[in-house]
Design a binder for this molecule. Structure first.
Ligand code: ADP
Ligand code: ADP
Length: 228
């Protein structure tokens, strides 16, 4: 489903952001991506959405290869991915339901299907009662639920979440994590970048640990996180 083979990424002035990374993720897996600020987490997620290309090595995702994907194919790949950001990135002048509908409109979904699908997605994320609220009327946790509903709109096979709980308090963090677990239980793979070592320790799930661009752990050995 997704595989990196000896992937490195260098930026012109800052040098190596990722060094010789290899791993794969299977269909329906839940994987954390952990590491200090600057470790390369966002860079890795941007490579997966082909917003950036590796400097060397190969990345394969959903049948596309970083070595051969064409510029015009990138939007096709993006539609198969759900992307969630730390800062939500909702359109401020649109309601929750309009934000979710927008993701369907831009991919040319049949008009008659949009309304019922938006309602279903908002129900799935527990926000049916706030469908007509604007982002500024919602808490951070609620805004992130809208962003997750939007990310799910085109039935992605994987959700790429870049510190989705980074702006949330403990309670909202826990709720969003549970929501991502539920979405995963229904078959969508999730790759979740986080600083939250305690969350990883409690959950006993696979994690990838980056340190200065190197993949220093791929597994479930949380004892090493305690040591940091
Ligand atoms: P993280 O998400 O783990 O905080 P990043 O992937 O954002 O880490 O950054 C990894 C390294 O790459 C950092 O040293 C950062 O300064 C550098 N970097 C990230 N994006 C760019 C860019 N667009 N241009 C130059 N350097 C970048
Ligand atoms: P940047 O954050 O480098 O300014 P943009 O916000 O312009 O990039 O995003 C351009 C596209 O790149 C987004 O639509 C998204 O597909 C992808 N992208 C940006 N940041 C990430 C990320 N952290 N994880 C995954 N994909 C990303």
């Amino acid at each position: 489903m997704l595989r990196l083979t000896n992937v490195s990424k260098e930026y012109p002035r800052s040098g190596a952001a990722l060094r010789d990374i290899s791993f794969e993720m299977r269909k329906g897996e839940f994987v954390f991506l952990v590491g200090h600020s600057g470790a390369g987490k966002s860079t890795l997620l941007k490579l997966l959405s082909m917003a950036e290309r590796p400097t060397t090595g190969e990345l394969r995702i959903s049948g596309f290869s970083s070595l051969s994907i064409k510029q015009r194919e990138i939007p096709i790949l993006r539609r198969r991915l759900g992307i969630v950001f730390q800062d939500f990135r909702l359109l401020p002048d649109r309601t929750a339901e309009q934000n979710v509908a927008f993701a369907l409109e831009v991919t040319g979904a049949p008009h008659a299907q949009i309304r019922p699908k938006v309602a279903r997605l908002l129900t799935q994320v527990g926000l049916a009662s706030k469908a007509t609220a604007f982002p500024h009327e919602l808490s951070g946790g609620e805004q992130q639920r809208v962003a997750i509903a939007r990310a799910l709109a085109n039935d992605p096979f994987v959700l790429l979440a870049d510190e989705p709980t980074g702006n949330l308090d403990d309670r909202a963090t826990h709720a969003i994590f549970l929501l991502l677990r539920e979405i995963n239980a229904q078959g969508t793979a999730v790759l979740m970048a986080t600083h939250d070592v305690a969350m990883i320790q409690r959950s006993n799930l696979r994690f990838l640990e980056l340190d200065h661009g190197e993949l220093v752990h791929d597994g479930t050995d949380v004892a090493r996180l305690l040591a940091d």
